[in-house]
Design a binder for this molecule. Sequence first.
Ligand code: HEM
Length: 124
Amino acid sequence: MGADDKTISAEEIAKHSAKTDAWFSIHGIVYNITNYLEDHPGGEEVMLDRAGQDATTDFEDVGHSEEARKELEKFAVGKLEGYDPAASKAAAKPAEKASGGSSMLGVLVPVVLVGAAVAYRFIM
Ligand code: HEM
């Protein structure tokens, strides 16, 4: 996939924190946002605050729309070196395990199966 596959270190991103040359990373992808600063509906100040750093938390805190996420793709210049998607997922969704929906099913299915087996023997 060409240029998007380039691996870029956090040190490299840190060199691009100027208004005329601004990069940041979100979810392990590095973006060159220089040309988007003025177009950003949330203003260029917040973007520049994050330039040269990781903007994942800020980007997610705002609850950006699907459209914003699509917009983001246009500015990708590479992948963040040493990015661990598992670690960042765990940090982003700590509540996921609390839902309990699937573990309820995990109890129900065997109970129904055993019940069916017992009923079968009883009838036979
Ligand atoms: C390249 C990265 C980004 C893109 C493409 C982007 C795009 C957008 C878009 C399209 C909106 C309009 C609302 C929506 O569709 O969700 C928006 C709103 C906003 N963005 Fe971003 N954004 C980016 C990064 C950031 C960052 C890093 C921050 C915070 C540091 C931020 C803060 C905001 C805020 C506060 C709003 C709300 C503005 C309002 O509702 O008045 N954005 N952004």
